[in-house]
Design a protein around this ligand. Structure first.
Ligand code: 1CP
Length: 344
């Protein structure tokens, strides 16, 4: 039997204390990350230089001994591999050449061509497969099609994803064709990650919460189900974590509807609610509010115990409800881990 606790929890085991990792665990809150990023020069060079990307992936494992390492990359590398230009505006965030017309869709590269750009990402995974401790699980990832589409359409992040909603509602055929291309490309991308050593893959649907009613079914559930079905056909033993962030009631039945082996929960719902409505279908991941990594103290300890207790009767991977922020204190992360591991 595997000694990797993350795989055991995803397989349905209830462990004495939940295994733990943290979204954005390699990031700007760590001084060693900032140093390596400075050496790389910029964020994209860091993503595409396998030795450095592997180094920042390993940093939080060395410092904290998390049970999983997540590949250091970004969900926007896949659209870039399809052709549109990608760059990061310092202090602002990512910018992507927009794709909103049928002509622009036709100009995208064939999905099989993504590997020409993404080769360094697979190399990072191969390095990690050699260098990670034996009991650490290696997680690969991609953005879910809706979330990737919101960036491809608007060319940047936006609080309401208005441009993507407009295309969806007004140019349906173009929007659906874009979702299909991203879906196919994601299948190729995640398959290659698994072949390079990813033991679990995670789909980040960060903006799933803005899809309502049938849109949620059509553009959050269906593309995720298609990706998972294709991955299961090629790699039946590799589990998939789905993260339809802020889905609210959409979390209910999401694992069954998509075939996901584990559902990651954000912190806009209570752990008791998720334990009652989502955990009966399988492993859940989450959902401590990331703000505790900034504020720390007794409130962090109590909130951590609360999450552990609420999920204690079913399979659970402890995590934050969203990524840790750059202003977090590394000591608070250690306090969270100590609290989880002392909770048996
Ligand atoms: O300046 C820096 O060093 C860049 C900050 C940063 C980091 C550390 C970005 C820019 N991306 C990443 C890495 C990253 N992104 C990982 C690596 C692994 C880890 O978790 O440690 C992962 C899984 C992501 C995923 C990602 N990128 C998502 C989905 C998860 C989420 O946070 O909702 C999204 C939406 C992105 C896009 C993106 N990349 C970076 C930023 C600042 C953003 C958000 C932009 C926006 O919406 O405006």
């Amino acid at each position: 039997m595997t000694e990797k606790k993350i795989l055991r929890a995803i397989g349905g085991e209830v462990l004495p204390t939940p295994p733990i990792w943290m979204m954005r665990q390699a990031g700007r809150y760590l001084p060693e990350y900032r140093a390596t990023r400075a050496r790389a020069g910029d964020f994209l060079s860091l993503c595409y230089t396998p030795d450095l990307a592997a180094e920042v992936t390993l940093q939080p494992i060395r410092r904290y001994g998390f049970d999983a390492a997540i590949l250091f990359a970004d969900i926007l590398l896949l659209p870039q591999a399809l052709g549109p230009k990608l760059w990061f505006e310092t202090g602002e965030g990512p910018r992507l050449e927009p794709t909103t017309t049928l002509d622009q869709l036709r100009a995208l590269k064939p999905v099989g061509a993504i590997h020409e750009t993404l080769g360094p990402v697979y190399e990072t995974l191969r390095i990690l497969g050699r260098e990670l401790p034996r009991d650490t699980t290696l997680i690969g990832f991609a953005g879910a099609p809706w979330t990737v589409a919101t960036y491809m359409i608007a060319g940047r992040g936006s609080p309401d994803q208005a441009a993507a909603h407009r295309l969806k509602d007004e140019e349906r055929a173009t929007f659906v064709a874009l979702i299909d291309i991203i879906t196919e490309a994601t299948i190729h991308y995640l398959s290659a990650q698994i072949e390079a050593g990813a033991e679990v893959v995670k789909l980040f649907d960060s903006w799933a919460g803005s899809l309502k009613g049938t849109d949620f079914t059509d553009f959050a559930v269906r593309p995720t189900a298609r990706i998972i079905a294709a991955l299961k056909a090629r790699h039946p033993g590799t589990p998939v974590i789905a993260f339809p962030r802020e889905a609210g009631p959409g979390y209910i039945g999401f694992a069954r509807a998509t075939g996901a082996d584990c559902v990651a929960i954000d912190n806009s719902v209570s752990p008791e609610w998720a334990a009652e409505h989502v955990q009966p279908d399988g492993c859940v991941q989450g959902n401590l509010a990331p703000e505790h990594m900034v504020t720390g103290g007794q409130a962090l300890i109590e909130a951590t115990r609360h999450v552990v207790r609420a999920f204690a009767n079913g399979p659970h991977i402890f995590n934050l409800g969203h990524g840790i922020t750059p202003d977090a204190n590394p000591d608070h992360v250690q306090l969270m881990i100590d609290t989880v591991r002392a909770s048996a």
